[in-house]
Structures are given as structure tokens and as C-alpha cells.
Design a protein around this ligand. Structure first.
Ligand SMILES: [Fe+2]
Length: 311
């Protein structure tokens, strides 16, 4: 099935004003109606948790109410209806999308994708011996550069039964496992993208069921660092990163958020096709990251030592 990836994640939140400010400061573009968009039109959508428009809560502290997948065409949408209507209710909504739920009870939407094609450059670097490099006389650093999330990359679920959840996405919707962290869960890629994962699932007790984090792709590692540093300087709290994952190879930086989950910037994720053979490794700090840095205040030689160096 030609499912491309998540077009939007819908949250029912306590504090709409704080979440609106957070998503705007993160770099998404307010589009009205609680919708905050990346450059390609993928989005986070928020409403107050008591809104009658939202699918029901997962029954945990999670604020995620729905994951809306973008699919390539109407034919794929019809194939999903045919497949899932065999054993569950599939509703057709007025906007042309369909709504149902997975085997863990997560609300799912499917729609012909709203993703707009992007024509942007990736971060280019210079390296001795490399023929592909940044253009001559182009400085890499522009401290005033506008950096914005380009595309909704992936969502991570806490689920009580990763085997059952994986079977649903792979056997019913054609997702493939690209890699697996044993004791945590599988990285999954739907058929319409070559990204390493658009969905990762982590085994947890049932009361934790929900969204652990979501991530938007940036234009390169420098954009992850620049956007993350600006986010820190606005007062938001770094949770994990910056660093680089092993499986997927994506650069990452995670932040706490008022959406009841972590929110990540990422860049330069691996891509795969059908020839890729899934790897597996026991879940550990060494398995999940190649290296990890910690954000510090800027400092320069001269004058007194920085506060953290005293004592
Ligand atoms: Fe992630």
C-alpha cells in the first residue's frame, strides 16, 4: 500500500495557548484552526482536550488523539478501506478522509496526502578529497538564517504489546520493519517512503499507552543545532541531545513540551529499499545513540571562567 507517512498528528491539550506558543516557537507555521504546519504542509493539530471534535482519549495521560496518514492516491485509500473494514468500523469523513483505529486503540486517519513537493537544498559540507561540496564563496554559517521544520518525520508510540501492534501495521497496512531494538520495539517504514522509519514503537505498561515523541525533519545537522539552540534560548527545556542515533543515523535533539510528549528536531535520516535487511540490537544507551552532546551557554576565551567551570 502506498502510504507515505504521517500528514498530521492531532492532540487534545490542557493549555491551547501554551501549546500554540510552543509549536510556533518550535518553528511550525500557524495555519488557523489549531493547525501548525511545516514547509511541506504536514502538521500538528491541537484542540482543547474537551473538544467534541476530537476522537476519544487513549485512557492514559497521553494527549495524542489521532494519527493521520497521507497516502499517494484514491486507489490506496480504497484499498485501506477494503482491508480494514473486514474487522473494524471505518468511517468516511466529510473532508474525504477515513477514520478508524489500530489494534492498540490508537485513532487513525488516512487521506490523499496534503504534502507539497519541496525544492530545497540539503546542508552541504566541504571535505578534502570530496568532489561534492558547498559552492565557492558561500559561508556555511549564517546566524540569522531562518530554519523551519520541513516535514513531519515520525511518531513514536508507547504500546502494551509491540508484537501485536507490529503485526497490524505490517500485515494489514504493508509497513516494513527496518531495524529493531530488542526490549523496546520495531522501527517501521510504510511502502510509500524510503525513510528509515515513520513509526517506532516502545513496549511499556498499558497505563503509559500514547505518544512518546514526534519529530520533524530539518535541512541538516546545523539546522538541528541552530533551531535547538534558539529553542533553548527561548527558555524551553532540552530533554535529550543533541546527538546522533545509530539506527536511522538521524541527528536528534529532544525537548519537553506542554503536549504531554517530547518533541524532536531531526536531520539526515537513512533511507532504505526492499533490499535492506533489518538489524537488531538489545536496547541500551550504546545502541540508541552514536554520541550525545549537551547544550551549554556560549563562551569565549578571555575574562573570567564560565560559571560551570568554577569550583
Ligand atoms: Fe525520534
Amino acid at each position: 500500500m502506498n502510504i507515505i507517512g504521517p500528514d498530521a498528528l492531532v492532540f487534545g491539550v490542557d493549555d491551547v495557548a501554551a501549546c500554540s506558543q510552543y509549536l510556533t516557537d518550535y518553528g511550525l507555521i500557524p495555519a488557523g484552526g489549531g493547525r501548525f504546519e511545516a514547509l511541506d504542509g504536514t502538521a500538528i493539530v491541537i484542540a482543547h482536550k474537551d473538544s467534541a471534535e476530537l476522537p476519544p482519549s487513549l485512557g492514559s495521560a497521553s494527549m495524542l488523539r489521532k494519527t493521520i496518514y497521507g497516502v499517494a492516491d484514491q486507489q490506496t485509500l480504497s484499498a485501506i478501506v477494503d482491508e480494514l473494514a473486514r474487522d473494524r468500523e471505518v468511517r468516511k469523513l466529510a473532508d474525504g478522509s477515513i477514520e478508524t483505529q489500530d489494534d492498540m486503540g490508537f485513532a487513525l486517519g488516512f487521506q490523499v496526502t496534503v504534502r507539497k513537493p519541496l525544492d530545497l537544498r540539503a546542508e552541504a559540507i566541504n571535505a578534502p578529497g570530496a568532489s561534492v561540496r558547498r559552492a565557492i564563496n558561500v559561508p556555511a554559517v549564517d546566524e540569522n538564517a531562518e530554519v523551519r521544520p520541513r516535514s513531519l518525520s515520525h511518531v513514536v508510540y508507547f504500546v502494551p504489546d509491540t508484537a501485536k501492534a507490529e503485526a497490524f501495521y505490517c500485515e494489514r497496512l504493508g509497513f516494513r520493519c527496518t531495524d529493531r531494538l530488542l526490549g523496546a520495539g520495531p522501527f517501521l517504514r510504510p511502502g510509500g517512503t524510503d525513510d528509515h522509519h515513520t513509526l517506532f514503537m516502545i513496549q511499556t505498561p498499558p497505563f503509559m499507552k500514547g505518544c512518546e515523541h514526534f519529530t520533524f525533519h530539518m535541512g541538516g545537522p546545523t539546522e538541528v543545532m541552530l533551531a535547538g539552540t534558539r529553542f533553548v534560548n527561548k527558555g524551553y527545556q532540552s530533554f535529550w541531545g543533541p546527538g546522533r542515533h545509530k539506527m536511522g543515523s538521524n541527528w536528534f535533539w529532544y525537548f519537553n513540551s506542554p503536549l504531554g510528549c517530547h518533541v524532536e528536531y531531526d536531520a539526515d535520516m537513512d533511507t532504505h529499499d526492499e533490499s535492506w535487511v533489518a538489524r537488531q540490537a538489545p536496547m541500551s544507551a550504546d545502541a540508541s545513540q552514536l554520541f550525545l552532546f549537551q547544550s551549554r551557554e556560549k563562551w569565549a576565551p578571555g575574562g573570567p571562567p564560565p560559571p560551570a567551570a568554577k569550583g
